[in-house]
Design a protein around this ligand. Structure first.
Ligand code: FE2
Length: 159
């Protein structure tokens, strides 16, 4: 097995960086969804939700950077054009969402897609002994699951 300079299998690192690129594309779509609802939200809860969505997109922005830099650490090239993001992304596009319940539901639906991808990467990185990627996925998953719980509580729905 050919190892790279961080001591991981070259082949596994390449495959993980491709998976991480898929996550990156989906994260960027989630990020744009958050910007959209931050801008377009209307109604009596505006003053709660407008800053809440800003907090979430600031957090997504940091995570996008972490994912991209992990891809580089593994020897890959992070996707960075809107064209690539559109092609590889599964997170739903929320266009002109202004109703608070629809906005919260869009967050839940986006996070569900991210969680599915992250669990796949968690599993693959575990098999490759890639602790750095594994720990990152583990942190993302724990945080996002908690966010989903809170959003579902806001919607007064079961998880
Ligand atoms: Fe703003």
């Amino acid at each position: 097995m050919k190892l790279n300079s961080i001591g991981l299998s070259e082949k596994d690192s390449k495959s993980l960086s491709e998976d991480l690129n898929q996550l990156l594309a989906n994260f960027q779509r989630y990020y744009q969804n958050l910007r959209g609802i931050h801008w377009n939200i209307k109604g009596k809860r505006f003053f709660d939700l407008h800053p809440k969505f800003e907090e979430l997109y600031d957090d997504a922005n940091l995570k996008v950077d972490e994912v991209a830099e992990r891809i580089l650490t593994l020897g890959g090239v992070p996707l960075h054009t809107f064209e690539d993001y559109i092609e590889t992304s599964k997170v739903p596009v929320g266009k002109n969402v202004s109703k608070d319940e629809d906005a919260i539901r869009l967050i839940v639906d986006s996070l569900t897609e991210l969680l599915i991808i992250e669990r796949r990467i968690l599993d693959a990185s575990d098999k490759s002994g890639d602790e750095g990627t594994n720990a990152m996925m583990s942190d993302f998953i724990t945080e996002q699951e908690k966010t989903v719980w809170m959003m579902k509580a806001w919607l007064a729905e079961e998880i």
